[in-house]
Design a binder for this molecule. Structure first.
Ligand SMILES: [Zn+2]
Ligand SMILES: [Zn+2]
Length: 250
């Protein structure tokens, strides 16, 4: 996997932005912090593209001797610089970045009052990041991100179905690659965590979900035949079956 310190920093900010959006319930203005982190992520991704052309291009003033502490180029200047290097962004993306930069400047330098569109703006920023990494850095963002946060980001930008499709194919390809004997003892079933048919279970062993990207201790319920997490089994029944037959009912 290709690594660079600027890219790693960008991914870290992207992770942080998603965490604020979805997991930082203890913080007063999670969306504000999410915007700031997403802005930083995008600025760094653009710098990574400049850096790929020449390492000095990330610095603001190229007419002075450069040191690692020299001022670096701003996000909006980076767009112009990329255009001059014939790394052009779509007109709609330039407008998006300008809107995003304006929102971020207000937050960074003036005040924060949550607006209805803030969350969708962050989503648009993620969508831009996703496409920019693919188109201009020629990298697959998925490989650099924490799986759980990547899935959440894809959900945020309306691309969750794409993930499901890709990962279902991965699971099917994995099974197709097994020897006929191995294949006979493998099933592809619905994952109790993400509810997609991407859980590969080798008979008598734990399962692996291609969406959750984790091993799951699952067992087959003897009553209804569904695969459930080990701790959701009570004797011969899973919790669905226990609930169904309980005298108290739902
Ligand atoms: Zn899953
Ligand atoms: Zn059951």
């Amino acid at each position: 996997l290709y690594q660079s310190p600027i890219l790693a920093n960008a991914i870290d900010s992207l992770h942080e932005s998603i965490r604020y959006l979805n997991h930082r319930t203890d913080c007063e203005n999670p969306v504000k912090h999410s915007i700031l982190a997403a802005y930083q992520a995008i600025e760094l991704l653009l710098k990574e593209a400049l850096h790929n052309t020449h390492e000095s291009l990330i610095y603001h003033n190229l007419n002075q001797p450069i040191s690692p502490d020299s001022r670096t180029v701003s996000l909006l200047d980076a767009i112009t610089r990329l255009a001059n290097l014939e790394i052009s962004l779509e007109e709609s993306d330039v407008r998006l970045i300008r809107r995003f930069a304006a929102r971020r400047n207000r937050i960074q330098h003036l005040e924060y009052q949550e607006e209805d569109y803030d969350r969708s703006l962050v989503g648009e920023a993620y969508d831009f990041a996703f496409r920019f990494v693919d188109n201009h850095l020629s990298l697959i963002l998925e490989r650099y991100m924490i799986n759980e946060l990547y899935i959440e980001m894809m959900g945020e930008i309306g691309r969750y179905e794409e993930v499901v499709e890709d990962r279902t194919e991965d699971a099917q390809e994995y099974i197709a690659g097994l020897s006929p004997e191995e294949r006979a003892s493998v099933v592809l079933v619905r994952c109790p965590l993400c509810d997609q048919e991407t859980l590969v279970v080798h008979e008598g062993k734990q399962g692996y979900c291609c969406i959750c990207q984790t091993n799951l201790p699952v067992v087959r319920c003897k009553t209804c035949g569904t695969y459930v997490l080990e701790h959701d089994i009570r004797g011969e029944k899973c919790w669905h079956c226990v609930k169904k037959h309980s005298p108290i009912g739902e």
